[in-house]
Write a protein that binds this ligand. Sequence first.
Ligand SMILES: NC(=O)c1ccc[n+]([C@@H]2O[C@H](COP(=O)([O-])OP(=O)(O)OC[C@H]3O[C@@H](n4cnc5c(N)ncnc54)[C@H](OP(=O)(O)O)[C@@H]3O)[C@@H](O)[C@H]2O)c1
Length: 147
Amino acid sequence: MRMRIGFIGAGKVGFSMGKYFAEHHIDVSGYYSQNKDSAKEAADFTKTKYYETIDELVRDSEVIFITVPDDAIGQVWEQLKTLQPEIKDKIICHCSGVLSSKIFSDISAYNCSGLSIHPLLAVSSKSQSYKEISNTLFIDNCETHKN
Ligand SMILES: NC(=O)c1ccc[n+]([C@@H]2O[C@H](COP(=O)([O-])OP(=O)(O)OC[C@H]3O[C@@H](n4cnc5c(N)ncnc54)[C@H](OP(=O)(O)O)[C@@H]3O)[C@@H](O)[C@H]2O)c1
């Protein structure tokens, strides 16, 4: 089964995770962001696609990383919920270390899976931090695992 990863939020973590995935031959569909120039820049950086709308990104992606600031994750999830039936069967992830996957309220009612995947890394650069991801621990709510 094809597993393309799409990013909502073209900031430091979105750029870095997308570049890491793309360099490791993991299929990245592309980026949608609040500011279209950010999404275009991230798409150029990762040689993926810029999406003008969330709907198009969702249609093209089986896994969706919501890499917006923590206080906007819930709001983006509320927006995703309205995309019926496109949102069905998607895997929805965020990278916050503060929030759990419970932020994805009622997720099973939408036939989606929700994950919290937090890199223990200070991601300070859109263009350089991806180089450190190979040596980064990721944590979720109940266990740790090294990539
Ligand atoms: N930075 C770190 O060290 C670090 C480490 C681990 C985990 N995290 C987590 O990773 C996530 C992202 O953090 P970050 O540091 O990458 O933040 P960031 O650099 O501020 O980037 C967030 C991006 O999200 C976009 N955005 C904001 N609201 C949006 C919305 N409603 N819809 C679509 N796009 C929106 C912004 O858009 P525009 O540019 O388009 O305006 C910005 O580029 C957070 O959950 C954070 O806790 C961060």
